[in-house]
Design a protein around this ligand. Sequence first.
Ligand SMILES: Nc1ncnc2c1ncn2[C@@H]1O[C@H](COP(=O)(O)OP(=O)(O)OP(=O)(O)O)[C@@H](O)[C@H]1O
Length: 316
Amino acid sequence: MSSTDQTLAATGLTKHFGSREAVSDLTFEVRAGRAFGLLGPNGTGKTTTVRLLTGLLTPTRGSVTLFGQTLSRSNADALRARIGVQTDTRLYENLSVRDNLRTWGQLYGLAPRVIERRIGEVLEVLGLSDRVGSLAGELSKGMRQKLSVGRAVLHEPDLLFLDEPTAGLDPEAAIDLIGYVREMINTLRTTVVICTHQLHGLETLCDDVGILNRGRLAVTGEVRTLLRRRWPEHRYLLEVGGDPASAREVITSAVGRAVEFSTVEGLLSFSLNKQEPISSAVAALVHSHIQVRAVIPRRPTIQDLYFATINDGSAA
Ligand SMILES: Nc1ncnc2c1ncn2[C@@H]1O[C@H](COP(=O)(O)OP(=O)(O)OP(=O)(O)O)[C@@H](O)[C@H]1O
């Protein structure tokens, strides 16, 4: 990988608050134009990590590289100009939506013409165009959330940090927002680091993940590779008519080995490896006059990986 591909890298990043070690020895990288999900339970060090990565905190040990340069006091301001951070919803309550964004545009050093164009574009995609004149203090929680995202992307940053961006949004708005972030990645090659507890459907956004547990990076890498490595077999859910015990027997005999079954919401759940096609199992069931109502491939998700990783950590 060339250094131009790498937008962000943490090497041995460690932060102590007094005797408390908030994060320890974090080493990972995020390549340009990719979305990295930084996940973990409450109090595990996500906010601390983002503050270290954006130069708001100085590490006790280790270093951060942004756009190929090691982050230091002397270059922090210049590097931060290329970053957008949506970490809280603190807004200018007595200013309108437009004036909130204008003020931030001026702080980013954008030309007035660019500010007006970007305000229009950002409010349009976030579905806030009709609230341009409303005071920030009068917005609903979800609208405030959208405005804080709009503020972070106004200057079209090369690197965007999002902290719980979908919190407070209704499901439709959450899907829209994730779609918008994905589009930014695809069209502008924006690099995104997202901290979230909303794990459902996260694979539509994240290419890579890092799962923090008790301040340490338990797992990091490409989502697809991590899922394949953890679950090399194919999982299925099966809905059959009649006694599931008979179905289990037939499948076991068709596969020719002891298959482990469980029941998930009344469905039979089991795994097959690549050499064991599901079609043979289904054919054997049909042959035995067992009605097959549904065969659902159960692809593992980031959520599965998250819980498996956290459980590994608890067991250790
Ligand atoms: N300024 C600080 N002074 C002392 N301890 C701190 C400070 N900031 C964070 N911590 C501690 O560091 C640990 C990690 O906190 P952090 O806020 O980074 O977690 P988080 O993963 O972002 O949590 P959440 O998901 O709840 O937002 C916690 O034990 C927290 O109490």
